[in-house]
Design a binder for this molecule. Structure first.
Ligand SMILES: [Mn+2]
Length: 408
């Protein structure tokens, strides 16, 4: 006789967002870092064994004509993840909702669910003992049109301001919760600017929400877990700790929160609607970091870079915003910096120009733009400095492009 089979349903969600595939940081292509971060994500999936992987929008960085490398990464990662667990994803404001999910009716059969249709956003998807609602990124006028279409004849007109994201979201939430099948814990996936409402915790939360573009955390709080995308730092939106941002895959600005992670939410066996999960985060470490150095002079920075380089320290390959403290112009700073920090961007916050050294702009009617620029260059870098051949070629090309641009 067979042993009785005991079915345990312990729903577990892995929540990630804001991949921005194809994104560049200044002049740097981040394709390798994104791929490395996604490999770490696969390691986390293997270790945590979630039942569902949720991606809360901004999968691509631009809505159309993504770089081919970004599309290849998406093809590869969706194959790898769906071998392990189904993906439920929504478009963010950077994604093109229709393009992203153009064949979702087919990909669903392989476990890739793109919930891109606002009209059907109230239809929950039941997976692994959870009811998931995808609330794709939307602008309020789109929601108003949807509600007007739904409205019965003779009903009062829908009052929804073009920039009132909170009310628009509240309508979508009501629509979803009104259609819920009940039973399972409810998960919303949304892409929006969400923070604590003003009345709720204005003392702790400096972000004023409810005005331009904001959605109150309380608007979404009736769900048992809310997987958010849009803000790039991993954090809970106000005191509602089950309303959370997973944060981005990699830092996409020099001053962005440098530690990246994914969020895991797990319910107990047999959890039902109204039960909140246990939540934790798992870091996603990528070798090349993004950082800012703002407290060193140019000479100090070069010394530090040389020391790191000769020690074989990988930090010399970091994406670095070098904001030096020098007040005098630093000749050829970018090129000299890149000899030790190949992935650094030079920036100088203060530049002292004494009043008696004011630049007399040569009469533009008697000088070409190139001559005016050359005079300015000599003024900044000193009488002995002239544009070299390469700099001159770059200047000419830039001027030509400007000329060309004017014609269109
Ligand atoms: Mn976004």
């Amino acid at each position: 006789m067979n042993e009785p089979v005991s079915w345990r349903i312990v729903p577990k969600v892995l929540h990630t967002a804001d991949w921005h595939l194809g994104k560049r940081l200044k002049r740097f292509d981040l394709a390798n870092e994104q791929r490395e971060a996604l490999e770490r994500l696969l390691d986390v999936i293997d270790a945590e064994q979630p039942d569902v992987v949720v991606i809360a929008g901004d999968i691509f960085d631009v809505p159309e004509r993504q770089p081919l490398s970004a599309i290849r990464t998406w093809t590869w990662i969706t194959q790898e993840i769906t071998r392990r667990a189904p993906i439920v994803a929504i478009p963010g404001n950077h994604d093109h909702a229709e393009r992203l999910g153009y064949n979702t009716h087919l990909t669903r059969t392989s476990g890739l669910y793109i919930l891109n249709d606002l009209e059907h956003a109230h239809e929950g998807l039941v997976l692994a003992g959870l009811e998931l609602f995808g609330l794709p990124f939307h602008k309020p006028p789109r929601v108003r049109a949807l509600l007007e279409r739904d409205a019965t004849e003779g009903a009062s007109p829908i009052e929804l301001d073009d920039f009132d994201y909170d009310t628009a979201m509240r309508h979508l939430v009501d629509r979803a919760l009104g259609a819920t099948r009940g039973g399972h814990p409810r998960v919303a996936i949304a892409h929006a600017f969400v923070a604590g409402s003003v009345e709720e915790d204005s003392s702790e939360d400096p972000i004023m929400v409810g005005g331009a573009g904001g959605v109150r955390a309380s608007t979404l709080a009736a769900f048992d877990y809310v997987a958010l995308g849009h803000l790039h730092a991993p954090h809970a939106a106000s005191r509602h700790s089950h309303v959370r941002y997973a944060g981005s895959l990699y830092p996409y600005a020099f001053d962005e929160h440098p530690s990246k992670s994914v969020t895991v939410a797990r319910w107990d066996d047999g959890a039902s609607a109204g039960t909140r999960p246990e939540v934790w985060i798992v870091p996603l470490e990528v070798q090349r970091r993004v950082r800012v150095v703002a407290d060193l002079s140019f000479a100090e920075l070069l010394r530090e870079g040389e020391a790191l380089r000769s020690a074989g320290d990988p930090r010399s390959d970091d994406y670095l915003l070098a904001s030096v403290t020098d007040r005098d112009p630093v000749p050829h700073a970018q090129a000299r910096l890149n000899e030790v920090y190949p992935n650094a961007v030079f920036e100088q916050r203060w530049l002292d120009v004494a009043p008696d050294e004011a630049f007399d702009v040569p009469d533009p009617s008697r000088h070409s733009v190139e001559q005016v620029f050359e005079a300015f260059y000599t003024h900044v870098y000193g009488a002995d400095e002239r544009l070299d051949e390469l700099e001159r070629a770059v200047l000419r090309e830039a001027l030509q492009r400007l000329e060309g641009g004017r014609e269109t």
